[in-house]
Design a protein around this ligand. Structure first.
Ligand SMILES: [Zn+2]
Length: 402
């Protein structure tokens, strides 16, 4: 049997008054997911373990059955993998934002939404002036870049810049958690202050300011970690000889790489509402012909949740159903080798809250010949009554793949 997980990022939600007290999954017209729930078996999955923040990286690693307490090393290392940077033992990787500092304040975490092309110029400039045997800057996407410090100590306390808009930046500089990490903390702070000196008068920043944009006049490094000790999925589940990940999101690409999955790029897949659904569905079906396992991640519903836009999020859910789940199911249903399908979100992104929560998420599992439970629709309330009950840790992936 082959296996595909279709993950609608942040798709779960809370009951909404304007929808008669229904959740978005209850209200949306989703005939394919409902039919799969009716023919298959459902349950709830806790994807955010105790003590972890409900980030997409945490939740997606949980869906794949990784023990976060063993493998979680922050975002920097996942983005490094996505960028093809092969971290060596002893390398400390950190997410390195380009930010805007105004006076003493951290004005924003994205340098006024700088483009990837502009950012590359600045990161290359920093690498030329601050890079050396120990320090390496790698350009990434938009404001999201990578700092690698050879021999760095991850026991440093850092502040995610999106959490502290318009706060004075100096008290938020890096601090060592243990004496051994003092030199790493000092090095990161030195790089931050040096970046401010170098970037202040960079011609690209002067042009940005003339055009009324925020200058990218500082780095901000956070989320320190080492190369994660993630076993490839195939090592834990020999039936997954080869697998594929399809996503537009760096963090998920990085998880896929460490999980030993092949990255399949879909031109036009943006991670936003205009993502190429048909292209993603076709790529998934194509991958199922050659590989044993596909992890198809669709970001749009999470973005709509962050916008707090109920109607937009309903549309993303209906798009997932009609343009991803339906076509994939129809394409594979006649195959000689049966295909098992799972549908779930990584975490809720309630529109009312506009950010992620750690609550359990509803899932469905369908494969030809499965004995159905009593669940008739795919949503948060119905799946609570499913045969699998509430699953933790790697129970979901073990049940799905075995
Ligand atoms: Zn997510």
């Amino acid at each position: 049997m082959k296996h595909i997980i279709i993950l609608g990022d942040g798709m779960a939600d809370w009951p909404v008054d304007a929808l008669g007290g229904h959740t978005l999954l209850q209200h949306a017209h989703t005939p394919y997911m409902d039919e799969l729930a009716r023919r298959g078996r459902c349950g709830m999955l806790r994807t955010v373990p105790e003590g972890f923040h409900p980030g997409s990286e945490v939740a997606n690693m949980s869906v794949l059955g990784y023990d976060l307490s063993q493998v979680y090393e922050g975002r920097g290392v996942l983005e490094a993998a996505s960028m093809g940077v092969d971290l060596q033992p002893g390398d400390l990787a950190m997410r390195c934002n380009l930010v805007c500092i105004e006076g003493d304040l951290l004005k924003n975490h994205s340098a006024g939404h700088i483009t990837s092309d502009e950012a590359r110029v600045l990161i290359d400039y920093l690498q030329a002036h601050l890079g050396n045997e120990r320090v390496h800057f790698y350009p990434g996407v938009q404001y999201r870049h990578l700092l690698v410090i050879r021999g760095g100590d991850k026991r440093i306390c850092c502040t995610p810049p999106h959490d502290v808009p318009l706060k004075p930046f100096r008290p938020l500089l890096v601090q060592a958690e243990v004496p051994e990490a003092q030199s790493t903390a000092e090095l990161v702070n030195h790089l931050t202050l040096e970046s401010q000196r170098l970037l202040a008068d960079h011609p690209l920043n002067l042009r940005r300011q003339t055009a009324g944009h925020d200058p990218a006049n500082s780095i901000w490094a956070w989320s320190p970690g080492y190369r994660p000790k993630m076993e490839p999925l195939a090592a834990r589940f020999p039936q997954v000889g080869s697998g594929v990940v399809i996503t537009a999101v760096d963090l998920i690409r990085g998880i896929g790489r460490y999980a030993g999955l092949r990255l399949v790029d879909v031109p036009g897949a943006t991670g936003l509402y205009d993502t190429d659904y048909e292209g993603k569905a076709a790529a998934a079906v194509e991958a199922l012909r050659t590989d044993d396992f596909v992890y198809l991640h669709v970001e749009a519903s999470d973005e709509a949740g962050h916008e707090g836009d109920v109607n937009l999020k309903l549309r993303t859910i209906e798009n997932l159903d009609a343009r991803i789940v339906g076509p994939i199911w129809e394409a594979v249903s006649g195959w000689d080798e049966p295909v098992a399908i799972a549908v779930l979100p990584d975490h809720p992104t309630p529109c009312a809250l506009r950010t992620h929560t750690a609550e359990p998420v509803p899932f469905l599992i369908y494969y030809p010949g499965v004995e159905p439970d009593s669940v008739q629709t795919y949503d948060e309330a119905a799946c609570r009554e499913g045969a699998y009950g509430l699953l933790h840790g790697d129970e979901f992936i073990r049940i799905f793949l075995n």
